[in-house]
Design a protein. Structure first.
Length: 202
């Protein structure tokens, strides 16, 4: 897992009518005006593209439904494979595959998006967006090939799901538990479902 690299950058231009202030920066009212090609000419307006840390992780199971968990060297508790997206155009799925490969030597080739979790920024915590993919079950031969990244991961286990929930750190535990119970992709905020936000049809 790389150090957090926020996605986005601040672009400074002279302020003009039709702008607003975000923090200490004036900002164009809608980023859609930028992305849809209506970006004002130089000197017309100043806007800010927010930097939001984004990461992706994987739920990987064995054929018995047990979950692969990892013991990181840089923080307490247990986690699952995953980490921060590179700020070079890497997609969430590409980040998920890369982090799994780097942290435990496995090559996941398929998966489904299980949840998107928005974590609010707090003092000392940057918050951000977390993508969680369900990469399904690997066979025993593949799981015997786990090769840990020693600088970041000291140990791995394949444990019953209920036991995994007792070992995983709080935010990851809530995310994994909610995603496993859902029948389709879900949206969370700080690991909790959001009233009024549906998940799927019906």
């Amino acid at each position: 897992m790389r150090p957090i690299a926020p996605i986005g950058a601040e672009l400074a231009r002279p302020r003009a009518a039709g702008s607003m202030t975000i923090g200490r920066w004036p900002a164009w009212r809608s980023l859609a005006g930028v992305t849809d090609g209506d970006e004002p000419l130089d000197g017309d307006v100043q806007y800010v593209v927010p930097g939001i840390p984004t990461s992706a992780s994987a739920m990987i199971f064995d054929r018995k439904g047990r979950l692969l968990i990892l013991k990181p060297t840089y923080k307490s508790g247990w986690t699952i494979p995953g980490g921060v997206m590179e700020a070079d155009g890497e997609t969430p799925w590409e980040a998920c595959r890369r982090e799994v490969r780097e942290e435990c030597g496995l090559d996941v080739t398929s998966g489904r998006l299980a949840c998107v979790d928005f974590r609010r920024r707090r003092p000392g915590r940057p918050g951000g967006i977390r993508f969680l993919f369900d990469c399904g079950a690997l066979d025993d031969a593949s799981l015997r090939g786990v090769a840990l990244q020693p600088e970041e991961i000291s140990e791995h286990r394949i444990v019953r799901f209920a036991e995994a929930l007792t070992l995983l750190r709080g935010p990851i535990r809530r995310r994994v538990d909610a995603a496993r119970k859902a029948e389709t992709v879900i949206y969370l905020e700080d690991g909790q479902r959001v009233p009024g936000v549906g998940h799927g049809r019906g």
